[in-house]
Structures are given as structure tokens and as C-alpha cells.
Write a protein that binds this ligand. Structure first.
Ligand code: ZN
Length: 154
């Protein structure tokens, strides 16, 4: 499964780290804290998005009668709701990944590639580059392992 990535709006919300930290490989405790804060902010935001999508597509009951009378209108409503369900599913998948990443920050294993560790590499060799973590803070794998995993799934 391809990991979801942040759109540019979400990247803005997460914020960028100072460029000079981009090339230091190993993550420090301070990094864990930064990423955990970002992940928690992102989680709050995504949860809000899910509620907005749900309200938008299925209507927060405002007491006003909105029952569609025209078949075409009915059709477009269903299409919108299908689309909204897809979006919600997507975001819930992302929320799950975020929860895992937040837990890893607590455990001190955040930012290590699961694929590399399985291959028997040391923790130092399994560090996911910060540039990737900025883009996908909940990434479980380095780019190479992610690519391998995606090829195996097809
Ligand atoms: Zn890897």
C-alpha cells in the first residue's frame, strides 16, 4: 500500500524545520519531541477535517428540509457521499499511522526504518532521513524499503 503524503497545505500546518538540521542523520530526544508535537497537531487537524467532511456530505441536521426531489440531485448527493467516505477512510488510515508514529516517539524508535531493521541492519543504519520524515512524519520505511514493499504488493 502506498503511504499517503501531505498536501502542501498540510505541510504548511506541520511547519518546516530549519534547513541546517536536514543533514544530521540520527534523531535526538529533542527531535522526537518536535516530531511528536507536529504529529499531535496534525492529528488534531485531521480529526477536524474528518468531522468537516462528514458534516458537509451528510449534513449536520439544521432542521431545514433538504430532501432531494429531482433524481439527478439525488445522484449527485450519493456521488458526493461516496467521495466523502473515500476521503474519510483515507484520513482515518493516516490517523492510524500517526498514532503509531506518536507511540514510537515515546518508545524512542521513531524515525527508524522497519524494513531495514527486519533486514538486520543496525539502528544507526536504519535511520530514515529527516527530509523524508518532514514530508511524511509517519513514514515507517525509508524510501528504498517503501519502494520494495510497494513492488512486492503488485
Ligand atoms: Zn529501509
Amino acid at each position: 500500500m502506498a503511504l499517503p503524503t501531505l498536501n502542501s497545505q498540510q505541510q504548511d500546518a506541520v511547519g518546516l524545520f530549519p534547513a541546517k538540521t536536514a543533514f544530521s542523520m540520527a534523531l535526538t530526544k529533542a527531535d522526537f519531541k518536535i516530531f511528536q508535537d507536529r504529529l499531535q497537531a496534525l492529528r488534531a487537524r485531521l480529526r477536524g477535517d474528518v468531522e468537516d467532511i462528514r458534516d458537509g456530505a451528510f449534513g449536520a441536521d439544521d432542521g431545514e428540509s433538504r430532501s432531494p426531489t429531482h433524481p439527478a440531485e439525488l445522484g449527485s448527493d450519493n456521488y458526493e457521499q461516496d467521495f466523502a467516505l473515500d476521503l474519510i477512510r483515507n484520513e482515518q488510515e493516516t490517523l492510524k499511522e500517526i498514532a503509531v508514529a506518536i507511540k514510537k516517539c515515546d518508545e524512542g524508535t521513531f524515525g527508524q526504518c522497519e524494513g531495514c531493521l527486519v533486514e538486520g541492519k543496525t539502528q544507526k543504519q536504519s535511520v530514515i532521513p529527516k527530509t523524508r520524515l518532514k514530508e511524511i512524519p509517519w513514514a515507517r520505511n525509508c524510501v528504498e524499503c517503501q519502494r520494495k514493499a510497494e513492488v512486492e504488493n503488485y
